[in-house]
Design a binder for this molecule. Structure first.
Ligand code: EPU
Length: 303
């Protein structure tokens, strides 16, 4: 989606929103898949309500992209402009055990920043790619840790009301890879409460998790992490592996040889390739195990 109306372009500039025309979204996602669209970079959180109002007034559909590490975007010219929070200098403000974090901050970097202040608890999340905002939306988790446990307050732009609101942690439902945020909520800042822990101890935990991850996941390949959620009591990776599907591919979309629930872009995979692979594997798992796998990756559909 392109913005060409000079009135709107002028209004965006006046609002302090950076307009980058014709950006390849493949470069903004960890899968390296996605078509082209105009990108609107939000420099100040409080410009969001007016920005959305303007887009609606000009009938410009939009979607918000976080770190791009857990999404599958369509190919070709996208039917939305893409909004993203500026990620250059996200703030992490520490006050005792309380940490106020900009949702555009990198999750891993936040974990290490907090560790240096002797605040732990999030060691398991160290290798999870993406932003704090993305981690919140999905209640990111690994090695027994889920980010939701530490959330005390979230500032969020709610498309439903057109306002920036503050939610208390207790008002938000954090479940396995699911939260009660609306799909069009945009997380802006979060206040976490982290337990005190000596830096050395946290570092040790981080090392162990990094090693486990390196041993079992294809970290040097383009992926969106696990493609499917684990079904209750089961393991999507183990089932796909048992079906002998490691290395199975559609075009350049390929089931990782290392972890069967990671589907990698082994070259120039299109969204169509990846969707066909997802659908093929889902069908084989359904036929063999009678289990309907649900996507963990967020698939942007053109409707
Ligand atoms: N397994 C296989 N073959 C494989 C992959 C896994 O047999 O190809 C077996 C393993 O041997 C193990 C079991 O399946 O017995 C579970 O595997 P693993 O420990 O790798 O964990 P997982 O359930 O596949 C989950 C999360 C990961 C997270 C790890 C570590 C989901 C969908 N995945 O994976 O999160 O990093 O635990 O805690 O919940 C993600 O969310 O994108 C993600 C990668």
């Amino acid at each position: 989606m392109r913005i060409s109306d000079p009135t709107l372009i002028g209004a965006l500039a006046a609002l302090g929103v950076e307009h980058e025309p014709g950006v390849s979204m493949a470069e903004k996602t960890s899968l390296g898949i996605g078509g082209t669209s105009d990108l609107l970079l939000i420099l100040k959180h409080d410009s969001l309500p007016e920005l959305v109002r303007l887009l609606k007034q000009h009938a410009v559909p939009y979607r918000f992209l976080g770190g791009g590490s857990n999404v599958l975007l369509p190919d070709g010219e996208l039917p939305w402009v893409i909004l993203q929070l500026e990620r250059q200098n996200p703030e992490v403000r520490i006050d005792g055990n309380s940490v106020l974090v900009d949702c555009a901050a990198d999750l891993g970097r936040t974990v290490t920043t907090c560790a240096k202040a002797d605040l732990g608890g999030m060691e398991g999340l160290i290798g999870v790619p993406g932003t704090i905002g993305g981690a919140l939306r999905m209640n990111a988790g690994a090695y027994g840790t889920q980010i939701g446990t530490f959330v005390r307050e979230v500032q969020v732009y709610r498309a439903a009301t057109g306002r920036i609101e503050t939610l208390r942690g207790a008002e938000i439902n954090f479940e396995y890879r699911h939260t009660s945020f609306a799909p069009d909520d945009i997380m802006l800042t979060v206040r976490l409460e982290l337990p005190s822990k000596p830096f050395k101890e946290i570092l040790q935990g981080i090392r162990i998790c990094n090693e486990k991850r390196r041993a079992s996941q294809p970290l040097n390949q383009k992926s969106a992490g696990c493609i499917f959620k684990n079904p209750p009591g089961g393991s999507a990776g183990r089932m796909i592996d048992e079906l002998g599907l490691k290395g199975h591919s559609v075009g350049d979309a390929r089931v990782s040889d290392r972890h069967a629930n990671f589907f990698v872009n082994a070259g120039h995979a299109s969204a169509a390739d990846m969707l066909a692979l997802i659908s093929d594997v889902r069908q084989r798992v359904r036929e063999r195990y009678g289990v309907e796998l649900e996507e963990e990756v967020i698939v942007w559909k053109e409707s």
